[in-house]
Write a protein of this length. Structure first.
Length: 179
């Protein structure tokens, strides 16, 4: 009888120890992700002037959404799904990516944070610039791009340079440092 009670106590302590270790590991993982990737959209855009983007932008004749998604950023996996969803929901909109060598490549030098998106209306006016959405994962919070597209579709005057979002973003200068 005493031997069985001792074995039960040991098993109980072992189970409690493993549970505490598992919880500590999960908490540490969340802390690491949060400390590394859940950041303001861009601390360097505090004095951002959209005129630079407006002047440098190539001429557009249709509502155009341009994405800046760095594949080296851990947050880009979330942005890719959101990007594909936007393309399916807004078939009449032109969707392009800023990539080295294409007409939007100038954005890669001007925008220090990834993932990011810019929306130009059919008249060539920059109507939205900022993150795809807020929240820990792209698409998990408010969908800023969809809000912009809906406002433009209803011919509501809408121009928003969004610098206040907090979510999963990478600073371009730090992308090469990620492991």
């Amino acid at each position: 009888m005493i031997d069985t009670t001792l074995n039960d106590t040991r098993r109980h302590r072992l189970a409690m120890g493993l549970t505490v270790a598992w919880l500590a590991t999960v908490a540490l993982g969340f802390w690491w992700f949060s400390a590394r990737f859940i950041v303001p959209f861009s601390e360097t855009l505090v004095n951002f002037d959209s005129a630079g983007l407006q002047v440098a932008a190539p001429r557009v004749e249709q509502l155009t959404v341009v994405a800046m998604i760095d594949q080296d950023c851990a947050c880009s996996g979330f942005a890719e799904g959101h990007w594909q969803d936007l393309q399916q929901r807004h078939a009449s909109v032109v969707f392009e990516r800023a990539e080295a060598g294409n007409r939007w490549s100038f954005l890669l030098d001007m925008v220090p944070t990834s993932p990011a998106v810019a929306v130009w209306d059919a008249a060539g006016q920059l109507r939205y610039f900022g993150p795809f959405s807020g929240g820990a994962f792209c698409g998990s919070g408010d969908d800023y791009v969809a809000m912009a597209l809906e406002a433009i579709a209803t011919e509501e005057y809408f121009q928003w340079i969004n610098q206040d979002a907090v979510g999963c973003f990478c600073q371009r200068g730090a992308l090469g440092e990620e492991t």
